[in-house]
Every structure is written in structure tokens, then in C-alpha cells.
Design a protein around this ligand. Structure first.
Ligand SMILES: Nc1ncnc2c1ncn2[C@@H]1O[C@H](COP(=O)(O)OP(=O)(O)OP(=O)(O)O)[C@@H](O)[C@H]1O
Ligand SMILES: [Mg+2]
Length: 293
């Protein structure tokens, strides 16, 4: 694959892990991993604002997310990070009082247009939440269910995709002999990796992750963090984290939100190195140094 060119979605799952580890460690590297972080916009957010009823959650956010890169959203509690993530795949539609204005373009698609197919949009933009939320079903059914919902019925294809999804999150060796066991019997870290696999089997373009490690013990958190790094280049990843050390370690780009006049605002965006090491705005500097927030 030529430098800087991302694999088309149908090819992503054929990029096999180069390092297959047993036990609890997931693989880290990918064979033929594409060079990522060519600054090529994939999501373009323009003047986006969100209200819950009369209450503004964030206001006037303009931000570009680059393809294949890891972008982290950081900022204090209540500044609108979760609301911003949820607007990108229109999960906000599920909240009756929620209103969005502005524009979101995803690979040219007008996300907020009334005729946008939200089911298809959510297939392209998967989400992993703070608390692992596997379905109360078997491990296999957790992955089979979304695939069937999206019209994949062929048994061989289902089994192959499920195996690849579990390998992608380093779970295959841990669960291959108990695929019919309840997903809720897995450890918290394993449940979170299963939830990631559930998003990945649909071959999304974008993975939204809302504090995916915050409910995990340090060991499991490290495993999930390594996994996220291993997905760089194959997916455009947006991750919210309160763990600034983690954000520094894994992100290519960072966006810093803050609350001003009762609403979330995007204060500064740039490469993670710039935001964490040479922030331009005094608020960013105070936040990343731990003096505020
Ligand atoms: N469903 C909702 N209905 C009404 N208000 C909401 C809803 N969800 C969030 N809010 C409000 O919107 C604002 C932004 O919330 P949001 O959850 O997006 O912040 P956050 O940055 O993710 O915070 P945290 O770091 O604590 O998760 C807050 O004032 C919150 O109370
Ligand atoms: Mg949140």
C-alpha cells in the first residue's frame, strides 16, 4: 500500500495482526499498517451548537478531524465532550429536547441533513461508551446481532467476521472456546474490548470513544489503550479522556473544550504535541498543567 493511503473499508479486516499474542495481551502492530496522519480532513464540523431544551451544551464549535488519526477531546466535566461526540453520529436524535445547529460533513456527507440515513451513518460512525455495555447475550451473539441487523446472514461470513473482530481486539485466544458463554461473565476490560469489537465488526470509518478506559483497572486500561493505538490508521478515532497522560501518549491531535458563559466552547485545537507542550491559549496551558479544571 502506498504511503499515506488508507485501506478502503472492505480491505481493513484483511490487514492481519503481525504479532499474535496469547493470554491477556492484545497484538499491537499491524502488518502493512498504512501511514496515518496525513492531514486529510475526514470530518468537518462548522459552527456547531447544541441545546438541550433552552440549555446550551456547547456553542459554535468549528473543528476538522483528520482521517486515520487519533484525536482526543479534553476539558472539564460538563463542557460538552459527550454531547459533541454524540452529535457526530446523531445519537443526539434520541434525546427529544436536543437541538443541533451548524454543519457536520463526514467524508462529504451532510450528517445533519433531514434525509441522511441515520442507520447507515451509525454503521459508519461507531461508538464505545465509558461503561462497558455488552448485550445480556452470549459473546458470539453480541457480535452476530449487529451484523444481522445490518443484513449479514451468511453463516460462514458471520463466523469469519466475528473471529476477525475478536482478533482485532486481542480477545480471540481468550474466548474462542467459550463463545456461547454470557458476555456479562467477562471481566470489565474484556467486556470493553468486546464492545469495541462490536463496533469494529461493522467496519466503521470512525470510532468514537467516550472515556473508554475510565471504568477499568490500570492493567485493563493499558490493554485497551494499546489496542486503540493499534487501530490508528485503519479508523478515524475520536477519544474523550480525563486522563491527560493517556491523551498525550496516544493522540495525534487534541481539542480543548472549556465552559464559558455557561456553555462549552472549543478553546484550542492542534497537534497533541502543540496542545500539551506549547499551548497558545492561557486556559489550555492552565488545564494541561493541572492548574485548572
Ligand atoms: N440528556 C441531557 N439532557 C439535558 N442536559 C444534558 C443532557 N446531557 C448532557 N446535558 C448537559 O449538557 C452539558 C454538557 O454535558 P456533557 O455530558 O456533554 O459534558 P461532558 O464534557 O461529557 O462532561 P463529563 O466530562 O462529566 O462527562 C452539561 O451541562 C450537562 O448537564
Ligand atoms: Mg461526558
Amino acid at each position: 500500500m502506498a504511503d499515506g493511503i488508507l485501506a478502503p473499508p472492505e480491505d481493513r479486516h484483511t490487514m492481519k495482526p503481525s504479532l499474535s499474542m496469547s493470554g491477556t495481551q492484545p497484538w499491537i502492530a499491524l502488518e502493512g499498517r498504512p501511514v496515518c496522519c496525513v492531514p486529510k480532513p475526514f470530518i468537518e464540523v462548522e459552527r456547531l451548537s447544541l441545546h438541550y431544551g433552552q440549555m446550551p451544551a456547547f456553542h459554535d464549535v468549528t473543528l476538522v478531524i483528520n482521517q486515520g488519526c487519533i484525536t482526543t477531546l479534553v476539558g472539564p466535566s460538563g463542557c460538552g465532550k459527550t454531547s459533541f461526540l454524540s452529535s457526530l453520529n446523531r445519537l443526539t436524535d434520541l434525546i427529544p429536547e436536543c437541538r443541533l445547529s451548524g454543519q457536520i460533513r463526514l467524508d462529504g456527507l451532510d450528517v445533519l441533513a433531514p434525509d441522511t440515513d441515520v442507520i447507515h451513518l451509525r454503521r459508519r460512525v461507531g461508538m464505545v461508551f465509558q461503561k462497558p455495555n455488552p448485550f445480556p447475550l452470549s459473546i458470539r451473539k453480541n457480535l452476530e446481532f449487529p451484523l444481522r441487523e445490518h443484513g449479514i446472514r451468511d453463516r460462514t461470513r458471520l463466523s469469519g467476521t466475528i473471529e476477525t473482530g475478536l482478533r482485532d481486539v486481542g480477545l480471540w485466544d481468550e474466548v474462542k472456546d467459550r463463545l456461547e458463554s454470557p458476555a456479562l461473565a467477562l471481566s470489565g476490560g474484556q467486556q470493553q474490548r468486546l464492545c469495541m469489537a462490536r463496533a469494529l465488526v461493522l467496519s466503521p470509518d470512525v470510532l468514537l470513544m467516550d472515556e473508554p478506559c475510565s471504568a477499568l483497572d490500570p492493567l485493563s486500561s493499558g490493554v485497551v489503550e494499546d489496542l486503540i493505538v493499534g487501530l490508528r490508521g485503519r479508523y478515524t478515532i475520536l477519544i474523550v479522556t480525563h486522563n491527560l497522560a493517556q491523551a498525550r501518549r496516544i493522540a495525534d491531535y487534541a481539542a480543548f473544550f472549556w465552559i464559558q458563559k455557561g456553555t462549552g466552547r472549543l478553546i484550542e485545537t492542534g497537534t497533541a504535541k502543540q496542545i500539551f507542550e506549547e499551548p497558545h491559549d492561557p486556559l489550555t496551558a492552565a488545564y494541561v498543567s493541572g492548574m485548572r479544571g
